[in-house]
Design a protein around this ligand. Structure first.
Ligand code: SAM
Ligand code: F3S
Length: 449
């Protein structure tokens, strides 16, 4: 049996795509995944170009596998994902030992590309955007093929791409514009997963709340509708989603928080900055006040909801005053564990052309202040959970202690507690007994205890 090694860089969407690459090659060539790169017949790099560092990493990793190829000329090396989409043929020019280059929208064509490479002896490049074709050609999700999913939780991609064109971001260029999967296709995938024991789904896409899926009557349905349709499935106990955009946070969607308890009390809503001047330069399409208004309305119907976000520090032209406005927004909202990055200029994006004269040390010091502030808030959230009983989906054995289980709370916190592997995949009530830094420890509560 041929062995496949995949290295995934970047986001959840890439993790999902890597699982799909494994599914496609398993269905077509019977390939099995390995985590030992030296024994692989096919090595795939599923790349990310969101920031410069992620991109550089791919080329240094490629340099290393070149040696493996010298030792084994039959080894096939593929580069997929956003760096592939952006660079295309240039990857083959820079690393001629790469056999196939494919984009996020053409991963389902991998078997054909590999065959064409073997037959012709020439490297193959396909980074086109054939709309929704990818999803039509993917096998029905099978849990055993999905990396690390012994649990009852699975990702389901509901849309692809992004049409927002924030001035700093490469995604609309590498993944194409927003395209939603038809409602029936999404429901079919969710059903197939529940038939295999899945009880929690995470709906993923670059902006899931921009979802507009075709329905049977040739009409389209929005994200609020989709959430309710999935919630109506009795086997589904929890629904998560990621990522969403403030502009698509409709009142209909906010109302779903009031009516749908299966929708978790965690919302990841990227804001990037608290300065209206910077938000406009980023072309985010909303102000800080509009963002606060969304959070206020969500909290009105779900008071205990945890809000997490993405922040970019050091965007071109960001002054101390702009940065203080971001800290002010953070203080006003109170976030849980969030992502924050130094701005990274991306070739081909409008922001890369903007004047950027803030020294790196100033930006780094701002990032540190922001991260310290969020860490304090994260700790406050953890402390507020102390003594409470949380409904937890047990995900696996704790990484730190083999006698402990690790589970995830509704508000997306990991909690470790004494248990047994037989609990994996079950929902249990766990009392929070300790907060060690930001990590929670607990004990079984209620009937299960
Ligand atoms: N849909 C999301 C939204 O509403 O903004 C964004 C998804 S984006 C793939 C993930 C995060 O990467 C962004 O929220 C942003 O914080 C970060 N990011 C994107 N481009 C960046 C850049 N050029 N420099 C630094 N961070 C960047
Ligand atoms: Fe990127 Fe903005 Fe879309 S951050 S993924 S262009 S919403």
């Amino acid at each position: 049996m041929k062995k496949l090694y995949i290295k995934t860089y970047g986001c959840q969407m890439n993790e999902y795509d890597s699982d799909k690459m494994a599914d496609v090659l398993h269905a077509c060539d019977g390939m099995a995944q390995t985590d030992k790169i030296e024994e692989a017949d096919v090595i795939l790099f599923n790349t990310c170009s969101i920031r410069e560092k992620a991109e550089e990493k791919v080329f240094s990793d490629l340099g290393r596998v070149r040696l493996l190829k010298l030792a084994n000329p039959n080894l096939l090396i593929g580069v997929g994902g956003c760096v592939a989409s952006q660079e295309g043929d240039a990857i083959i020019k820079r690393a001629p030992y790469v056999d196939v280059v494919f984009g996020p929208q053409t991963l389902h064509r991998l078997p054909e590309l590999i065959n064409a490479r073997r037959k012709s002896g020439r490297s193959q490049v396909d980074i086109s955007f054939p709309e929704i074709e990818k999803f039509d050609h993917l096998p029905t999700p099978v849990l055993s093929q999905v990396e690390g999913l012994q649990t009852a939780s699975a990702f389901v991609a509901i849309m692809e791409g992004c049409s927002k064109y924030c001035t700093f971001c490469v995604v609309p260029y590498t993944r194409g514009e927003e395209v939603s999967r038809p409602l029936a296709d999404v429901m079919k995938d969710v059903q197939a997963l529940t038939d295999q024991g899945v009880r929690e789904v995470t709906l993923i896409g670059q902006n899931v709340n921009a979802y507009q899926g075709a329905a049977d009557d040739e009409d389209t349905v929005d994200f609020a509708y989709l959430l309710q349709a999935i919630s109506a499935l009795p086997q589904i106990e929890r629904i998560r989603y990621s990522t969403s955009h403030p502009r698509d946070m409709s009142q209909r969607l906010i109302d779903v928080y009031a009516t749908t308890p299966k929708l978790v009390s965690h919302l990841h809503l990227p804001v990037q900055s608290g300065s209206d001047r910077i938000l406009a330069a980023m072309k985010r399409g909303h102000t800080a006040l509009e963002y606060k208004s969304i959070i206020r309305r969500v909290r009105a119907v779900r008071p205990d909801i945890c809000i997490t976000s993405d922040f970019i520090v050091g965007f071109p032209g960001e002054t101390d005053q702009d940065f203080e406005l971001t800290l002010k927004l953070i203080d006003e909202i109170g976030f849980d564990n969030s992502f924050s990055y130094l701005y990274s200029p991306r070739p081909g994006t409008p922001a890369a052309e903007m004047k950027d004269d803030t020294p790196h040390e100033v930006k780094a010091a701002r990032l540190k202040r922001l991260q310290d502030r969020i860490a304090q808030q994260e700790d406050a959230v953890a402390q507020s959970m102390l003594g409470s009983v949380q409904r937890v989906l047990v995900e696996g054995i704790s990484k730190k202690d083999g006698l402990e289980m690790a589970g995830r709370t509704d508000n997306n916190r990991v909690i470790n507690f004494r248990g047994s592997p037989g609990m994996i995949g079950r929902f249990l009530d766990v009392r929070v007994t300790q907060v060690v830094r930001h990590t929670l420890r607990g004990e079984l509560a209620g009937k299960t205890a």
